[in-house]
Design a protein around this ligand. Structure first.
Ligand code: AP5
Length: 213
């Protein structure tokens, strides 16, 4: 099963991907985490992606598609967190899965009001090694600044600043929302209420996937 987690920045895609990974053993593939790892390692891709990410705009499609090809080559269930984000990426994903003889991807839309996203993102703390995220108010770690799981330091992301967040939401609205119709018209979209508290969102997903896995 290839599941696309679709939704705006801060909708909770990464938070819920960790829950589904633990529960169903599906592999989370987060394009944002892969790009940030490349930046830390100083790779060519990381350097190319840097200015786009800091500004909150999208990294060009050709770079992202090339980066995702090897990630999608193996068998097994996958959670795609942050990909596709444009119609060109969705077309490339469909073509790649077809070429690999895999079933077409299905999408889950994290339906949420934009009003809550600024607070979710400015209060987020992330473990850069694992991508696990916490929130000052909605999901605080047991000890401030430290990951409950591996004791690693938690940091705030460079693009979680008000100006970049506004751009990311605008970019989502213009470039990613067409994917809602893309998956809907082929009967491949399910919506969940992502405005609910974290545990209630997890329950919706576990009910949904428990029934189909
Ligand atoms: P990426 O890392 O993918 O960021 P994003 O899409 O902006 O998504 P986020 O990680 O910000 O949000 P999320 O939905 O995972 O929220 P989370 O669960 O952490 O991309 C970063 C950049 O990389 C892009 O801007 C772009 O430049 C580039 N990029 C990546 N993929 C690309 C692609 N395919 N094409 C081109 N460029 C690409 O939750 C947020 C916070 O809210 C957390 O603190 C959490 O604890 C809290 N929270 C979660 N759920 C709830 C809830 N239900 N109630 C209350 N709080 C909650």
């Amino acid at each position: 099963m290839i599941l696309v987690l679709l939704g705006p920045p801060g909708a909770g895609k990464g938070t819920q991907a960790k829950v589904l990974e633990e529960k169903f053993g599906m592999r989370q593939i987060s394009t944002g985490d892969i790009l940030r790892a490349n930046r830390r390692q100083g790779t060519v891709l990381g350097k190319e992606a840097q200015s786009y990410m800091d500004a909150g705009t999208l990294v060009p499609d050709d770079l992202i598609i090339r980066m995702m090809e090897p990630e999608l080559a193996s068998n097994g269930s996958k959670l795609l967190d942050g990909f596709p984000r444009t119609v060109a990426q969705a077309d490339a994903l469909d073509a790649l899965l077809k070429k690999n003889g895999a079933e077409p991807a299905t999408a889950i839309l994290f339906d949420v009001d934009f009003d809550v996203l600024m607070e979710r993102l400015t209060g987020r703390w992330t473990n850069p090694r694992t991508g696990r995220s916490y929130h000052d108010k909605f999901n605080p770690p047991k000890a401030a600044g430290v990951d409950d799981d591996d004791g690693g330091p938690l940091v705030q992301r460079d693009d979680d600043k008000a100006e970049a967040i506004k751009t990311r939401l605008d970019v989502y609205d213009k470039q990613t929302t067409p994917l809602i119709g893309y998956y809907e018209k082929s009967g491949r979209l399910t919506k969940i209420d992502a405005l609910a508290p974290i545990e209630a969102v997890s329950k919706q997903l576990l009910d949904l996937l428990g029934a189909s896995t």
